[in-house]
Design a protein around this ligand. Structure first.
Ligand SMILES: Cc1cc2nc3c(=O)[nH]c(=O)nc-3n(C[C@H](O)[C@H](O)[C@H](O)COP(=O)(O)OP(=O)(O)OC[C@H]3O[C@@H](n4cnc5c(N)ncnc54)[C@H](O)[C@@H]3O)c2cc1C
Ligand SMILES: NC(=O)c1ccc[n+]([C@@H]2O[C@H](COP(=O)([O-])OP(=O)(O)OC[C@H]3O[C@@H](n4cnc5c(N)ncnc54)[C@H](OP(=O)(O)O)[C@@H]3O)[C@@H](O)[C@H]2O)c1
Length: 536
């Protein structure tokens, strides 16, 4: 293939045009390419097609053996050794394709390598490890003689979806939705706290399709913020970037975990052993074995005599990131309404209670009528089959049931005739059977053809959804052989892998295949869009 020169970067799209930063950047690159005065290096049709298919012509085979959300980052980086930078950047991502960054893992890394995306901290599940790795790869990008290749390679693959520019369709352009109500889904005695949350979208005019997720911009808790202000020895009315310090800490910055830049700042304003420790922490080391527990408040407590200036302090913190939730309602069934199924994150480290930002915001810090900044994150590859006669098998333990409630409500609203089978599981049947009345009602009405349940803490031994799947493997195989689509939603780290393993075993046993053939069968299901996952 010919060497392809990147188009010059000029700003053709005005900053006032209704596009997100990512879109504007891509469009500028696109038009610059069209208007390029250098006709010596036009794209051949073959190169154009390769571009659009994501083959950068940089010798990479396009395979991503590291694309496994359960693989540790060191292993992923090892598998990506010797690959172009954009591919190593992809290996640094958490591999969940969860959409929280606004892209999938492939497109986010291409956008960074192409310098169309400057934010290196958007991979929420990858946390600090991913952000650090991206930072070091980004430094390589500028030094690398192959930088133009990495830059050029990214552009066609990172076309932001056309919907990005519309209000409420991306994290860069949220709108205000009205919080309507919350209802606890667990019964007394449960170890879990899971809420059915409802929003009214009629004011903002947003709609969605089942399978999409909802992005929520939450706010930090005021009590927590005031404790941090006290540790700084500051006044909450101190002005920072045109806001009070309290407002900035509530609305703009993440208070967990403590970022490297905060430790850097602390190292600049202290000395001796403290300084060494702060420096080590800033470099990802763990001098006292407590790095994983250090949120912003714990960091200030650890270096208790050190009082950064409020302005420098706020600058050292990461921006507050939105959180995504699978939508558990159907816009076709209840236009203008949207619901979520949210597990509340609370835990204790040492003597202090820690609160998950968005889940506790939804569970206790907003009141009916309050407006919340939100957006709809379009699902990529997680949707009902277009043919409404196709049977579906849904595996969704815990909050993983959310999109499947939406699928069922949608199929009921559209009169879809395809069979529906739900595998739901949770800790205890008596306290954790979410939506039991609704689901049992759907079963009685015939909408839910089968409902298979698995309670992990009812008996002496753990029993999970995949154990139930194995028990009914023959029927499950029959559904697959009839062309059913299968879906998995919920925990990415353990459940999704285990469910996939069970599926492979079922295909091997009841489909009379070797394990290798069964693995290929499941891979084909994925390629054909018949096995879809939404895991987090
Ligand atoms: C596409 C997608 C769909 C999702 N759908 C849903 C859904 O339908 N329902 C749902 O509930 N969630 C869903 N999530 C997860 C959700 O986005 C949030 O990650 C989750 O609610 C936690 O966010 P938070 O802000 O409350 O907690 P955060 O402030 O983000 O805190 C969570 C972090 O706290 C730490 N932590 C948690 N527990 C402990 C512990 N015991 N000990 C030590 N540290 C701990 C971990 O580092 C964890 O990452 C989804 C995620 C994605 C990407
Ligand atoms: N990374 C973690 O350690 C961890 C742990 C819990 C939850 N989470 C996260 O917490 C959020 C909400 O969780 P949730 O309320 O939806 O439910 P959940 O805590 O994921 O639990 C739902 C059900 O799944 C069971 N389960 C546990 N391990 C499993 C496995 N390997 N295969 C199949 N089922 C398994 C649980 O059983 P038991 O709990 O009885 O084993 C429970 O019955 C999710 O984001 C989830 O990823 C993460």
């Amino acid at each position: 293939m010919n060497q392809i020169t990147p188009p010059p970067r000029i700003d053709i799209i005005p900053s006032s045009a209704p596009f997100s930063d990512a879109q504007r950047s891509w469009l500028n690159g696109f038009f610059a390419g069209l208007l390029s005065p250098d006709p010596a290096t036009p794209l051949s049709a073959e190169q154009g097609v390769a571009f659009l298919q994501g083959d950068a012509g940089d010798g990479d085979d396009g395979e991503a053996p590291w694309h496994d959300q359960t693989m540790p980052i060191a292993e992923r980086m090892k598998l990506a050794e010797g690959r172009p930078l954009r591919r190593r950047m992809m290996a640094a991502m958490a591999q969940q394709d969860c959409g929280q960054c606004g892209y999938n893992c492939h497109d986010y890394s291409d956008a960074i390598a192409g310098k169309n995306e400057a934010r290196l901290n958007l991979c929420v599940p990858g946390g600090k490890e991913t952000a650090r790795m991206l930072k070091s790869l980004y430094e390589e990008l500028d030094k690398s003689p192959a930088a133009p290749s990495a830059t050029r390679a990214a552009e066609p693959a990172t076309v932001p979806p056309a919907s990005d520019a519309k209000p409420g369709r991306s994290r860069d352009n949220p709108v205000a939705a009205t919080f309507q109500s919350r209802r606890l889904l667990n019964k007394p005695g449960s170890e879990k706290e899971t809420w059915h949350i409802e929003f009214d979208l009629s004011g903002c005019g947003l709609d969605y399709v089942v399978g999409d997720s909802f992005g929520i911009f939450a706010k930090n808790e005021i009590g927590h913020v005031d404790q941090i202000i006290a540790l700084l020895g500051a006044s909450h009315t101190t002005k920072v970037n045109g806001k009070t310090l309290r407002e900035a800490l509530i609305e703009d910055v993440s208070l967990s975990p403590a970022p490297d830049k905060l430790f850097e700042l602390i190292s600049f304003i202290t000395g001796g052993a403290q300084r060494e420790k702060a420096r080590a922490l800033a470099q990802g080391e763990d001098p006292d074995g407590d790095a994983a527990t250090l949120d912003v408040m714990a960091a200030l407590q650890k270096f208790s005599g050190v009082r950064p200036h409020p302005e420098a302090f706020v600058e050292a913190l990461e921006p507050l990131q939105p959180r995504l939730y699978s939508i558990s309602s159907s816009h076709l069934a209840t236009p203008g309404k949207l619901s979520l199924t949210v597990d509340c994150v609370r835990y204790v480290i040492g003597k202090r209670k820690r609160l998950g930002l968005a889940s506790t915001f939804l569970a206790e810090r907003i009141n009916p009528g309050d407006e919340v900044k939100v957006y709809v994150q379009k699902a990529h590859g997680f949707a009902l089959p277009q043919d409404s006669k196709i049977p579906i098998i849904m595996v969704g333990p815990g909050t993983g049931v959310a999109p499947f409630r939406a699928f069922l409500l949608d199929r009921r609203a559209t009169g879809a005739t395809g069979k529906n089978w739900l595998f739901f599981g949770h800790q205890r049947s008596a306290t954790d059977f979410f939506y039991s009345d609704e689901l049992n009602g759907m079963k009685t009405a015939g909408l839910l053809t089968r409902l298979s349940l698995a309670w992990s803490r009812d008996g002496d031994k753990k029993f999970y959804v995949q154990d139930r799947m194995r028990e009914v493997g023959r029927e499950l195989w029959t559904w697959l052989a009839e062309g059913a689509h299968i879906y998995v939603c919920g925990d990415a780290k353990r459940m999704a892998k285990d469910v996939e393993r069970a599926l492979v075993d079922i295909v091997a046993q009841f489909g009379a295949r070797s394990t290798d053939e069964a693995v290929s069968f499941v891979t084909e299901l994925k390629k054909n869009g018949r096995f879809q996952q939404d895991v987090y």
